[in-house]
Design a protein around this ligand. Structure first.
Ligand code: VG1
Ligand code: CO
Length: 543
């Protein structure tokens, strides 16, 4: 087999967003698009020679084709070994774990996460580094620079490799190791959680539904929940990964996982429900009739993690993305733990975890995880909840009640306006930005602005700076609104409006979030002039 060099031209706009490069699948399938980007990554990390990589994806349409291309390019660029999940499948957290476990130099994760899959939907590619975490901004900047001067890539002339059976193969001089996607990940989970206690819970009749949404977590959830933890057969639904996720939108929130929500609020609701996203890094937690917001889930885990064997010694610290509610801050304060606030995207947690400053991290977008890997981890969060429920013998609803009694309730909701005209969305953000200095003291919907700024972040470990990470408006009663434009969409702009208010009056803990936050929602509308500027009178998605 010979390697040859293919002449190419730079492809404009191969700039990664919040989590890797995401584009329409047909864009990725266009001549040279994937190849240019893979070569740019390899160039940016100083070449592939003698290196070991992990490769896998969420099984969406084009996953299998893209992996064959990456394998041929890795071989042509003289990589020593590539570890691949059987049939090209690896959840994002499992890939992160494999990079660390095998001391690989990095990994290629093929996923557009919760975005729909299919030839007319979305595809994505993300590069993770030797610590198992998403490439830092310094590296993604370097990759972008490489895409702009791309003139040639290396390709091995070879047939496809059969990825259907575990074992060792060769591609030219490179070793290809095909592994079971679940085994190592499941073994890691067993070191962190009290499997006996969780088995006891299920043996005592505790019932659960896990909706894998036809995405990558199906095999992981079946092995862990049904085979190892003795949950009843049928606990995991939609367990077979499909290239188009069954035509669904594998985003675990009450809107897209409404089938599970219907079960959890219906007459035969099980004790516990959970779901994960396309690539397995997000989670939704819901008790019988009790949806837990991701921000509250993070706070509950921060308060109770020591009940799980892997965290018995307590947490070094916690971190959340800026738009995530401050519920976890209150737990950190009570427990005297450091609490960090970083920009949106898991890549910003990596340095804090590597430096041992934090153990637990979370985002309002249903991402929770710890330093066991360097990605957020959907099933990890589910197992953590099961461990906490087994140890406390409480229902989800009563656990939430007692949490709020102790710490107060941070009412929280996010409104997304999707596929908004980009010019209109940028105009909306610019208009607020220009008024930031004059907003304090002004009144909107009966609330008084106390502070307004644009979030920027200086990484406490390496000193790198990141600017323009969301517009924050604080009100004098402690309520908060954040405006941000999404960095993961593939069509127009998505405006995210994050709304939060702390309630300390126990008589109001049972209020509906939309009621509790009604004035904050109105204030956000007025400040951002959402309807006149976008033409939308209501959000597309409310979480
Ligand atoms: C979104 C979420 C962010 C998350 C990112 C990747 O980004 O808001 O919290 O880290 O998706 O998650 P954005 O820029 O669209 O707001 V995943 O599960 O899509 O890899
Ligand atoms: Co995801």
């Amino acid at each position: 087999m010979t390697a040859h060099t293919v002449a190419t031209q730079p492809i404009p706009d191969q700039k990664a967003g919040t989590s890797g490069l995401r584009r329409k699948t047909r864009d990725f399938m266009a001549p040279h698009f994937l190849e240019n980007y893979v070569q740019a990554i390899l160039n940016a990390i100083g070449g592939a020679a003698d290196k070991r990589f992990v490769v896998g994806g969420d099984g969406r349409f084009f996953n299998d084709r893209a992996i064959q291309v990456i394998l041929r390019m890795a071989a042509a660029n003289s990589a020593a070994e590539v570890i691949v999940g059987r049939n090209g499948l690896l959840s994002t957290p499992a890939a992160s774990h494999l990079i660390r476990l095998n001391k690989a130099d990095g990994g290629f994760i093929l996923s557009a996460s919760h975005n729909p899959g299919g030839i007319d939907e979305d595809f994505g590619l993300k590069f993770n580094m030797a610590n198992g975490g998403p490439a830092t901004e310094a590296v993604t900047d370097q990759i972008l620079a490489e895409t702009k001067s791309m003139r040639a890539y290396k390709m091995l002339d070879a047939q496809d490799i059969d990825l259907g059976q575990p074992g060792e193969r060769r591609l030219g001089d490179m070793a290809v190791r095909i592994i079971d996607p679940v085994t190592d990940y499941a073994a890691l989970m067993e070191t962190l959680f009290n499997f006996d206690a969780i088995r006891g819970l299920f043996s005592d009749g505790f019932t659960m539904r896990f909706d894998a949404m036809h995405a990558v977590t199906g095999p992981y959830a079946q092995e862990l929940l049904e085979n190892q933890l003795w949950a009843a057969p049928g606990t995991v639904i939609n367990a077979t990964p499909l290239p188009d996720f069954g035509g669904g939108h594998p985003d675990p929130n009450p809107i897209w996982a409404h089938a599970l929500m219907d079960i959890m609020t219906g007459p035969d609701a099980p004790d516990f429900g959970a779901a994960s996203d396309g690539d397995g890094d997000r989670n939704m937690i819901v008790g019988r009739g009790a949806y837990v917001t991701p921000s509250d889930s993070l706070a509950v885990i921060a308060a109770n993690a020591q009940l799980a064997p892997g965290y018995r010694g307590g947490l070094a610290g916690v971190a959340r993305s800026m738009p995530t509610s401050t519920a976890v801050d209150r737990v950190a304060q009570a427990k005297n733990m450091p609490c960090f606030e970083v920009p949106t995207g898991w890549k910003f947690f990596g340095n804090l975890m590597d430096a041992g400053k934090v153990t637990l991290c979370g985002e309002e977008s249903a991402g929770t995880g710890s330093d066991h890997v360097r990605e957020k981890d959907g099933l990890w969060a589910v197992l953590m909840w099961l461990n906490i429920l087994a140890a406390t013998k409480q229902s989800v609803a009563s656990l939430m009640q007692s949490h709020w009694q102790t710490y107060g309730r941070n009412f929280y909701t996010r409104h997304d306006y999707e596929a908004v005209d980009s010019t209109a969305a940028n105009g909306l953000m610019d208009a607020i930005r220009q008024r930031l200095n004059s907003l304090p003291g002004q009144h909107f919907a009966g609330l008084t602005v106390s502070e307004a700024d644009e979030f920027g972040y200086t990484d406490p470990v390496d000193g790198s700076e990141t600017t323009g990470q969301g517009l924050r408006i604080l009100f004098s009663d402690g309520a908060r609104v954040v405006f941000r434009l999404s960095g993961t969409g593939t069509e127009g702009a998505t405006l995210r409006v994050y709304l939060e208010k702390l309630e300390n009056d126990p008589d109001r803990f049972g209020d509906a979030p939309a009621t509790a936050l009604a004035d904050v929602i109105r204030a956000a509308q007025e400040i951002a002039e959402i309807t006149p500027r976008t033409g939308r009178d209501k959000p597309d998605v409310t979480t």
